[in-house]
Design a binder for this molecule. Structure first.
Ligand code: SF4
Length: 161
C-alpha cells in the first residue's frame, strides 16, 4: 500500500517494525479472522490472543531479553509476504485516539524512510490516494487497531467519529 513512497527492498532491509521492546509492544499488528485463517491454512505456527473482535500474536520477553520478535519474522523478511496484516502493510502510519470523538493518522518517527519524507508526499498518499479512508474504515471495523496517542508521533490528518 505504501509502494509509491517506500520500495520493498528498503522495507525488507530494515525490519524495525517487526521487532518490539517494552515501550513499543503496543505496535504488534491486529490479526483479523481472515489472517488467522490464512495462518491456520498454511500451517504457520503462532499463538494468538484475543484483542477486542480481533487477535494479536502472543508476545513475551523471555529470560530478561530486551526485544521480542514477531513470530512471522525470518532473516528474509516476513513469512506472510503480501498476506501480512493490514497494520503491517500501512506501517509506519497508525490510527490513534486524540480525544473521545477524534481519531488521527500519525506517522511513527521510528521509520526513517517514511517519517522524513515531505509532508506534501505523506498527505497526498493519505488523502488523494484514499489510504486515510481505508485506515479509518479498518479502525471502525477493528477498534483494537486504534492506539492511544503517543506524544512524539506527528499527526497527519484527523477525523471526527
Ligand atoms: S506480521 Fe510480518 S510484517 Fe508484520 S510484524 Fe510480523 S514479521 Fe513484521
Amino acid at each position: 500500500m505504501l509502494s509509491k513512497i517506500l520500495s520493498r527492498a528498503e522495507c525488507a532491509k530494515c525490519k524495525v517494525c517487526c521487532v518490539f521492546d517494552r515501550s513499543d509492544i503496543w505496535e504488534i499488528p491486529i490479526i483479523t479472522d481472515e489472517t488467522a485463517e490464512y495462518l491456520n491454512k498454511h500451517g504457520f505456527d503462532a499463538e494468538l490472543e484475543q484483542r477486542g473482535n480481533a487477535k494479536v500474536f502472543r508476545m513475551g520477553f523471555k529470560d530478561g531479553q530486551e526485544l521480542s520478535y514477531c513470530p512471522m519474522l525470518t532473516s528474509d523478511g516476513c513469512k506472510l509476504g503480501d498476506n501480512k496484516p493490514f497494520d503491517c502493510r500501512v506501517w509506519p502510519f497508525r490510527v490513534m485516539r486524540l480525544d473521545d470523538n477524534l481519531l488521527g493518522i500519525t506517522v511513527s518517527p521510528v521509520c526513517n524512510n517514511v517519517s522524513t519524507l515531505p509532508l506534501k508526499t505523506l498527505s497526498e498518499l493519505l488523502l488523494n490516494d484514499g489510504l486515510a479512508d481505508k485506515m479509518f474504515a479498518y479502525a471502525e471495523k477493528y477498534p483494537a487497531a486504534v492506539k492511544p496517542y503517543e506524544d512524539n508521533y506527528p499527526i497527519l490528518c484527523i477525523r471526527k467519529q
